[in-house]
Design a protein around this ligand. Sequence first.
Ligand code: AMP
Length: 114
Amino acid sequence: MEETIFDKIIKGDIPADVVYEDDNVLAFKDINPQAPVHVLVIPKKKVTSFNDLKNLSPEETGLFLNGVSTVAVSLGLAADGYRIVLNCGSNGQQTVEYLHAHILGERQMKWPPG
Ligand code: AMP
């Protein structure tokens, strides 16, 4: 598996603005924010994309999802709401080949998405 920018962040080889970390997930601010709050959450066990979620056990998948929820709530987004985005593949405009959830908040989102 090719090393991505997120592998380097996990290893501490490049800096990131980390907002949350536990045994299972790392969350850091997106370098190119698309909302007043824009945080990425990645599982510490590497998965390339949503297509490969089967490479995580049900427990690991649950811990990843729980991490996303924990981060969103800890960022103070629960009351007004927020959006979770999981881009997958080229049509989904995934640019980093390491599974990540975007948490976008503190602005009104639109539907349908672009
Ligand atoms: P995606 O397009 O879903 O693959 O999202 C990748 C995201 O990673 C984009 O929103 C980028 O702005 C973000 N990104 C790329 N490099 C970094 C970095 N070094 N630190 C934080 N976010 C990054």
